[in-house]
Design a protein around this ligand. Structure first.
Ligand SMILES: Cc1cc2nc3c(=O)[nH]c(=O)nc-3n(C[C@H](O)[C@H](O)[C@H](O)COP(=O)(O)O)c2cc1C
Length: 299
């Protein structure tokens, strides 16, 4: 059975990877999951300088999903290169480094710091707040998306995946903007903005009030957006949002994704990503499919 997929010239031995921010940088999971089985590992967002993240509470449960407000806590790119990348390079899998910034220059500087390192692909998290635009996410305006993608392309070495925010009116327009500025692939969706109020305490469940919703609740939105984006661009798409099972992954691929990422499910079960892969293989066997690319054929 052929499970390998090609994302922007890089071959992944299978299409299943953990989603950024839900798998640490591999270390926390390595004891429980055989990382060599995954098509890739996607790191937590890496910024140019260390970031403390938001005050607790950072995660709260909702019906069929979780709301998080972690705030992109990370030790910065120097520490990442020293401590995390060598660890991840031990495994027989691809390393996708997710990068973030508060300014276009910060994004480009992180990409530049990763030049010539073992990172196989970069993933640009454009859901970060843009300081110059009063904190609005980079990913909500096609012109800003073009500017940040073009700037990072200029200073980076590895193929670039642009990770889209779903908090937009037209995902097709944003996807096309990323492609036109040089994106080599697209991933989507990041979390949807949400809010929860603890009515007994009469307080917001998260101190920052608004958080990002992920998990099964967002899957239909993700499937719709992956489908729309796939119609708008020619570059490959990594689909995510609420994938809990192999059948969810199949659905995402039928919508137009070439590969899939498993996020919130990793918090429910440490082996979630590997289990999704196993279940995907079962589906292919049961349906007489020998090549992963046959999955996307819709009747
Ligand atoms: C706790 C948590 C932390 C996350 N951190 C990041 C991050 O650092 N960078 C990023 O691009 N996405 C981050 N995400 C978004 C996920 O990668 C993914 O796009 C989203 O959760 C949708 O997938 P899911 O429904 O399978 O979780 C985070 C999600 C969660 C739940």
């Amino acid at each position: 059975m052929n499970l390998s997929v090609n994302i922007a010239g890089v071959t992944l031995k299978n299409p299943v990877m953990p989603a950024s921010g839900t798998f640490g940088n591999g270390r926390e999971y390595a004891e429980f999951v055989d990382i060599n089985r995954l098509g890739a590992v996607v790191t937590k967002s890496v910024s140019i300088k260390p970031q403390l993240g938001n005050p607790p509470c950072r995660i709260t449960e909702t019906a069929s999903g979780i709301l998080n407000s972690v705030g992109l806590q990370n030790a910065g790119v120097d520490a990442f290169l020293r401590d995390d990348l060598p660890f991840l390079k031990q495994f027989d899998t691809r390393v996708i480094v997710n990068i973030c910034g508060h300014t276009i220059d910060e994004y480009a500087a992180v990409a530049e710091a990763l030049l010539g390192t073992g990172a196989d692909l970069l993933e640009l998290n454009i859901s970060c707040p843009n300081v110059a635009e009063g904190g609005l996410s980079f990913g909500v305006d096609p012109k800003t998306v073009q500017r940040v993608v073009a700037a990072v392309k200029k200073r980076s070495g590895q193929p670039l995946i642009v990770k889209l925010s779903p908090n937009v009116t037209s995902i097709s327009e944003i996807a096309a903007a990323a492609e036109s500025a040089g994106a080599d692939a697209i991933s989507l969706i990041n979390t949807l903005l949400g809010m929860k109020i603890d009515i007994k305490r009469r307080k917001f469940a998260l101190p920052r009030k608004v958080g990002g919703l992920s998990g099964p609740a967002i899957k239909p939105v993700a499937v719709r957006m992956v489908y729309e984006a796939s119609r708008a661009v020619r570059i490959p798409i990594i689909g995510m949002g609420g994938i809990m099972t192999g059948e969810d992954a199949v659905e995402m691929m039928m919508a137009g994704a070439s590969a899939v990422a498993v996020g919130a499910a990793n918090f429910r079960k440490l082996t979630a990503a590997a289990d999704v892969l196993d279940e995907l293989i079962v589906f292919m066997n049961e349906n007489g499919l020998n090549d992963i690319t046959e999955l996307s054929v819709m009747l």
